[in-house]
Design a protein around this ligand. Sequence first.
Ligand SMILES: Nc1ncnc2c1ncn2[C@@H]1O[C@H](COP(=O)(O)OP(=O)(O)OP(=O)(O)O)[C@@H](O)[C@H]1O
Ligand SMILES: [Mg+2]
Length: 578
Amino acid sequence: MEEQGKGKIVRIAGPVVTAEGISPRMYDVVLVGDLSLMGEVIKLVGDRSIIQVYEDTSGIRPGEPVSNTGEPLQVQLGPGLLSSIYDGVQRPLPVLMEKEGDFVSRGLTAPGLDPTKKWQFTPKVKRGDELQGGMVIGEVPEGNLVHRVLLPPKVNGRVKSISEGAFTVVEPVGELENGHVLRMMQRWAVRTSRPYTEKLLPDIPLVTGQRVLDTLFPLAKGGTAAIPGGFGTGKTVTSQQLSKWSDAHIVVYVGCGERGNEMTEVLTSFPELEDPKTGKPLMGRTVLIANTSNMPVAAREASVYTGITIAEYYRDMGYDVSLMADSTSRWAEAMREISSRLEEMPGEEGYPAYLASRLSEFYERCGRVKTLSGPTGSISVIGAVSPSGGDFSEPVTQNTLRIVKVFWALDSKLRERRHFPAINWLTSYSLYSPTLEAWYSMNVAEDWSAVRLWAMETLQKESELQEIVQLLGSDALPEQEQLTLEVARMIREIFLQQSAYHPVDTYSPLKRQYEYMRAIRRFFDLAKKAVSLEVPLEKIKSLKCRTELGKLKFEESIDEDLKRMAGQMEREFSELGV
Ligand SMILES: Nc1ncnc2c1ncn2[C@@H]1O[C@H](COP(=O)(O)OP(=O)(O)OP(=O)(O)O)[C@@H](O)[C@H]1O
Ligand SMILES: [Mg+2]
């Protein structure tokens, strides 16, 4: 007689396996074949269960056993997530590699959190306290911050006992009167979003230190952004800059099916980086989820859910989290492959009809919220998109654009001109600008918005004038308009271009961004006067302050230099009679 929950394989099609005799629920995790490969039930047809398998299925045969775990795909949440490097189903890659070498063999399991490591637990509640789901029960130092141990969302009750000391994540730290055992670790099903009290307006910027982003196209904490770009335009460099520099407490980096060597680069370079604010290793605030293109597609499909669930967990402690997914196109391609194996009716370009709803469910899980434990926390999501041939009209880019509020369009023409970051200032946008205005004027400068608007208008004007220049040459323009072209060029070359690899230029604080743009604007005002007094433009262009404005972004002394520039510009222009 067959055991309850045991069945056998009847069909195998790549990562999709059909089994009979297990009668699971949708999304139950099952173990497939003699190797016990991990898989997830994604469709039920009569007695047949259709399973997506997270590991390579080659060599598996019909007739091999399948057993149901009776549980959905879950991650382990607790101290020890930071600094971890996981695959798409939260198996720690370094542990797997230690067991098996570089080539991780199949059917291998290892828990997401180390069950033997001890953590110093300090209770924040006491005997007799009445607890509600999501409340903080204690604290543990982890990486660069305090890990707040949370009661799982649906658990309530009065504290019967609680202890202080060093415990593993699985050992009890206390008990509720109703018998619920308190532990540092909880589990959560990755396809279900974690609850919060309410969503708040995203009216604080996520400061990235990247001038084109912060000044022209800002992202809010709790906001959504897409970085679409063709091959080699800078998606990975931009995502990495954001993980290094953005003022989030926690960074979750989902490397989703990009080329193998690119992920290796992330895996080797990240652990060496320093957190610019604390000087501690950057990994101390980072969780890496790595799925290279040689890993099975189903695990890639799961990796974004694993990532966002971990992000929600830290949000629930009251932290600002940013999640980068590089690239969401690889995720969508995984969906497409699985859908085609299921012989579903294909939608546009072969993607399943539910592509749009999957994307929006994912981006829905970000936001700035009041948490169950009280404080606010946020998840900002930045998704890279890699449309083939850089053609933004394809379905993944188009569906993403309908959802996200910030669009940072990478442009291969700019890349060819070596204008980095290659973000097109005419086609990119941020819908958060109006909501963030108040914050910028309170925290940076009252006329921040005016200065920003001036820069945007100058760039817009340049693009209009360029049409004339292409037809008639720049000499056909009046000197005032030639000056606009010159100043727009200054905005582009001095302000918008920013080297990720230069020690000073790689990060620009908001105040500096503002002072820099204001200096360029002051140059423009003075030059405009000079032109009206018939000073030749050539003379203005060759002023020392013009050259220096372009160079000082690379100097350690940049902030003093910017202050000095103000006086210097006035002097040099007054020598021209202004
Ligand atoms: N901000 C920057 N500063 C300096 N160089 C940059 C910057 N952004 C991109 N680059 C240059 O562009 C190259 C390609 O960038 P990147 O690898 O991020 O592209 P990608 O869009 O991720 O490419 P792929 O499509 O292959 O994934 C980098 O190696 C670097 O030389
Ligand atoms: Mg890349």
